[in-house]
Design a protein around this ligand. Structure first.
Ligand code: ADE
Length: 225
């Protein structure tokens, strides 16, 4: 699986994707991440990537030529072109699974300023993807989230494939609470049953302490039965 991330701010994506599980998956060649600086595809001496909008309005718009050239530099007939945008369809766990099944090469175009010249949409008919109902300062943050969410579904990226199944959003239930040493901390003790070695009882406890996922439930869930 390959991701080409096209952005004016390469360092924003390199940070979160250069650590931990994703970095390991890249080293093991399970996934490939290529960060493309759109500014490298400008052709004036000031490397101008944005301009004022026709018709007026606030802010600046990303010029079409550098974005077009950046896309052409990595596009193949198999590529899925995505524009990270707050106006896009929301990325859910379900949607992430569909992406993993349907494509092996993602080109993620990251908007900045007021957005990207609309002719990029007209030329490529890309899918617009939002990572949530809020507006970020930069699509590169959204692209890093997209790569993380999709990559962890790829077999081999997570060490233990069980951890994919037993998880919040995967089962539509919250996970049960987890504890490690010390047994007592600030007056709060690890539930006795988890120390008992009785696997049947432990399993029962875990099932009892999962809750159906809803935002309101999350805080309640801090209390174990
Ligand atoms: N760019 C700005 N906000 C965004 C969001 N919520 N999702 C994807 N891209 C964005």
């Amino acid at each position: 699986m390959r991701f080409d991330i096209l952005t004016l701010f390469p360092e924003i994506v390199k940070g979160p994707l250069g650590e931990s599980i994703i970095n390991k998956a890249v080293s093991e060649k399970i996934i490939e991440i290529n960060v493309v600086n759109i500014r490298d595809f400008t052709d004036d001496k000031h490397k101008t990537a944005d301009d004022r909008p026709f018709g007026g309005g606030p802010g600046m718009v990303m010029k079409p030529e550098p974005v077009f050239k950046a896309i052409e530099s990595c596009k193949t007939s198999e590529s899925k072109i995505i524009i990270m945008s707050p106006a896009g369809g929301q990325l859910t766990q379900e949607k992430a699974k569909e992406f993993v099944k349907s494509s092996k090469h993602f080109i993620l175009v990251c908007g900045h300023y007021e957005g990207i010249d609309h002719r990029i949409n007209e030329i490529y008919n890309p899918e617009l993807v939002s990572i949530g109902p809020y507006v970020l300062t930069n699509g590169a943050i959204a692209a890093a989230v997209f790569v993380d969410v999709i990559s962890r579904l790829k077999p081999g990226v997570l060490g233990n494939s069980d951890s994919l199944l037993d998880e919040t959003h995967e089962t539509d239930e919250t996970e049960y609470p987890q504890y490690t040493r010390p047994r007592s901390f600030k007056g709060f003790d690890v539930p006795e049953v988890l120390l008992s070695g009785n696997h049947e009882e432990i399993e029962k406890w875990k099932n009892k302490n999962r809750r159906k996922f809803s935002t309101e439930d999350v805080n309640e869930h801090n209390k174990c039965d």
